[in-house]
Design a protein. Structure first.
Length: 258
């Protein structure tokens, strides 16, 4: 089975993003990203401050790099929850559906109905409704986003079980990994959106969505407060999306026997 070129490009991009996050974790502390320095407010991007400074005199580059922790960490938590629930519902439904008579058929239909129910309506509205019930905060935001991701995993594991029954374990694994990568992209965008609305990580902690929200009122005088966090989120989501689409294309080619 030949790996799609997009998957290779995506894997390189994801690796770079993760390495940048790990290096920033070593190079900068939370204090570096949160302590104010009023005398350095609104410095334009320069050799001293590559991404400029914000309304509190904090280095935007440090905050963006540190904020990647929350994006990647929150996305990973959301994906893990959705993965576990989706694997249980999708795999059990698909397995019983083909081997347990009417009981299995009912189980499989229930799994499909659950996936359709959760997928009904705009995803961000479902996540927003969930976080309103759960309350604001990092963990609750991740849980709210995970609810949106569950339908994809139910369908993916249903298809993976079918591939396993055809003795095609590689394709089944690629399907699952592709879904993980694609849902990481969705999860990070969802967490950023909820933080933008004020439900996620709270200031002064540096979260990408919250940084974009905080920079709106200064868009005219300090456009870099929107540009760099937005660009970081774009690259982050794009990297996982390219990887997921590449792996998905590889899995489809494997099913077709290409």
């Amino acid at each position: 089975m030949k790996i799609n070129k997009g998957a290779i490009v995506g894997a390189v991009m994801v690796t770079i993003v993760i390495l940048a996050t790990l290096i920033s974790s070593i190079a900068y502390s939370l204090e570096d990203a949160t302590v104010s320095n009023i005398s350095s407010r609104f410095y334009e991007p320069s050799s001293q401050h590559s991404f400029g400074t914000d309304s509190m005199g904090r280095d935007v580059q440090v905050r963006v790099l540190y904020g990647l922790r929350y994006s990647l960490g929150g996305g990973a938590v959301a994906v893990l929850i959705a993965l576990v629930v989706g694997a249980c519902v999708g795999s059990v439904g698909a397995f019983l559906g083909a081997s347990a008579g009417w009981i299995g058929s009912v189980s499989n239909k229930m799994a499909i109905c659950l996936a359709r129910f959760l997928a009904t309506g705009p995803a961000i509205l479902l996540a927003f409704s969930s976080v309103v019930v759960l309350g604001q905060g990092f963990t609750n935001t991740a849980i709210a986003v995970s609810i949106v991701l569950i339908p994809g995993y139910i369908r993916t594991f249903g298809g993976a079980v079918a591939s396993m029954k055809n003795n095609d374990a590689k394709t089944a694994l690629l399907m699952v990994v592709a879904q993980i990568s694609l849902s990481m992209s969705l999860a990070m965008l969802g967490i950023a959106a909820l933080s933008f609305l004020g439900f996620g990580v709270q200031p002064p902690l540096p979260e990408i969505g919250a940084m974009i929200a905080g920079g709106r009122e200064y868009a005219r005088v300090a456009p870099w407060l929107l540009t760099y966090p937005g660009l970081a989120l774009f690259i982050l989501a794009l990297s996982f999306n390219i990887l997921g689409n590449g792996l998905n294309a590889t899995a489809i080619a494997g099913i077709k026997g290409d």
